[in-house]
Design a protein around this ligand. Structure first.
Ligand code: NAG
Ligand code: NAG
Ligand code: NAG
Ligand code: NAG
Ligand code: NAG
Ligand code: NAG
Ligand code: NAG
Length: 449
């Protein structure tokens, strides 16, 4: 009896002092050349979570609390896996814990366009290449660093996976190849971008949305041709720097670092200061959300690209041609008895509207403009500035690729002069809330009669 009472207490004392005295670490943040990991059922550091996800950690840095790890990740039926960096919960012996609330949060992945199966392998070769092969041996991804004097692989405290050489210089790092997420300390150098996944369940890149760092800030856009911008946070007159300006995720902000003489750090977007682990993700619906770990699990703390126009400013909120009014979707209607647009699914108006007759360039004599009052467009820019309404409408009818003419004019100015926008592709349209925008706006949608 006495032994039973004493033993657990003694065990804690012994293990604590061992850690302090010997500096022994329980985590496994680095790997040497010529190491292979197999995505097998029996691999060590495997955890199944109650949300259906499963990981097999390869590297993990730190103890106690939310920590970065990298390894194989799957969710759902687990037929396909990513090699990814994720945040997991750990105990004081660096064991991964909390399978019921500490769900792995993927902040980077190597092969989202090319998922692998069970029994796939990751190999850090003797030549210094990090190679992911599927179970049948096909190449899924590699860092292409063979022969570049790589000495080892390390996952840093900030969540950056790096191949380093014998002088400890970085040869390759995951921070240079962002996917759809950013972690504190990470930067987007001008020209780099986040690309959203197709959907929550389909990790493939080439969802519609991207967030790009530019010389003087950040822009979010739909990757149409040409791209249509739906958000911008930038500073005027900043120094063009040949691409070396960058936006960094700091505690409390996304900040632009420039090389201009006067101001070198400018806050672009404020973020809720981190009281625990945090990251942000460009979601498949175009939102840029910030998530934070709390004692009850991961919580959304910010939705960074939502401005005064709210949900309606997101390009796909009501699908193509759908009109968003205070979050509700409808299709453009005509004052005549004719119907030009029908909801794709009457019960799910947010899927958008389809043209009753497709617009074709062969039959341009049958093009007509459907007037829709008091609507605006997220990507409005003046293709023709300070013009009159008829010039704007004519310009659209003369250009087969023109899908609509949007005309913005001063409040109550009877549309005498204004700016004209002629998009070649239409996503969601929004109701113009004049009391907020302080201008009039009308659309003429190009339709086939
Ligand atoms: C890497 O190699 C060094 C030197 O041989 C060794 O001390 C270290 O334990 C190895 N690290 C791992 C993670 O195997
Ligand atoms: C994975 O490999 C193991 C050992 O080679 C084998 O027993 C198992 O059937 C393989 N699993 C799949 C799904 O191929
Ligand atoms: C190698 O660099 C990393 C950061 O880049 C640093 O944390 C680490 O201490 C360095 N290791 C050595 C042996 O200098
Ligand atoms: C994921 O999306 C891509 C691109 O749209 C598509 O080609 C692929 O079939 C989708 N994958 C699944 C599993 O649905
Ligand atoms: C831009 O940066 C260069 C180099 O740092 C500096 O010489 C120049 O004065 C800056 N120009 C402005 C407008 O800030
Ligand atoms: C972030 O900043 C706040 C204060 O603004 C501070 O309380 C918090 O500890 C910081 N978080 C991290 C992770 O450093
Ligand atoms: C515009 O006209 C509306 C209705 O005629 C009126 O209520 C509003 O006050 C006018 N706004 C301005 C700025 O003149």
């Amino acid at each position: 009896m006495a032994l039973c009472k004493i033993f657990p207490f003694a065990f804690i004392l012994v293990s604590c002092s061992c850690y302090l005295i010997s500096g022994q670490r329980f985590d496994y943040p680095t790997a040497n050349l010529s190491t292979t990991w197999i995505n097998s059922v029996s691999a060590p550091h495997s955890i199944d979570y109650t949300d259906g996800s499963r990981i097999r950690a390869i590297l993990l840095r730190g103890t106690f609390g939310p920590r970065y790890a990298c390894g194989f990740y799957c969710n759902g039926n687990c037929e396909s896996y990513l090699f990814a960096i994720f945040i997991v919960q750990t105990n004081s012996a660096s064991q991964i814990t909390s399978p019921a609330i500490g769900f792995p949060q993927v902040v980077w992945s190597a092969n989202r366009n090319n998922p692998v199966k069970i029994n796939s392998t990751l190999q850090l070769t003797a030549e210094g290449d990090l190679v992911l092969r599927d179970a049948d041996g096909t190449l899924a991804w590699s860092t292409n660093t063979a022969g570049k004097s790589v000495a080892g692989l390390s996952l840093t405290d900030e969540g950056n996976l790096a191949l380093f050489d014998s002088k400890n210089a970085t040869v390759w790092q995951s921070f240079d190849h962002p996917t759809d997420a950013l972690v504190p300390g990470q930067k987007l150098v001008s020209g780099m971008k986040l690309t959203a996944s197709v959907s929550r369940t389909n990790w493939t890149a080439g969802g519609l949305f991207a967030l790009s760092a530019i010389d003087n800030g950040l822009v979010a856009f739909v990757e149409s041709n040409p791209p249509q911008k739906y958000f911008e946070a930038s500073v005027g007159g900043s120094n063009t720097s040949g691409g070396s300006n960058y936006v960094k995720y700091l505690n409390g902000s996304l900040t632009l670092f420039t090389h201009s003489a006067d101001t070198t750090e400018l806050i672009l977007i404020s973020i809720t200061p981190a009281s625990s682990a945090q990251y942000m993700k460009l979601e498949s619906n175009g939102h840029l959300k910030v998530y934070e770990w709390t004692s009850r699990g991961w919580r959304e703390v910010d939705d960074l690209l939502t401005g005064f126009r709210g949900e309606c400013n997101y390009p796909t909120v009501c699908g193509r041609y759908g009109i968003c009014t205070m979050g509700q979707c409808s299709c453009p209607t005509s004052s005549s008895s004719r119907t030009y647009f029908r909801p794709i699914d009457v019960r799910r108006p947010n899927l958008g509207c389809s043209e009753v007759t497709k617009l074709t360039c062969q039959n341009r004599k049958k093009h007509s403009l459907l007037e829709v009052e008091d609507v605006d467009y997220f990507a409005f820019k003046a293709d023709i500035s300070d013009t009159d309404l008829n010039t704007c409408k004519r310009a659209c009818l003369e250009k087969c690729s023109c899908k609509a003419a949007f005309f913005r004019s001063g409040l109550n100015s009877s549309r005498t002069r204004g700016d004209c926008y002629l998009p070649t592709e239409i996503f969601s349209i929004m109701n113009n809330e004049k009391d907020k925008t302080r201008y009039d706006s009308v659309a003429f949608i190009n339709v086939q009669v």
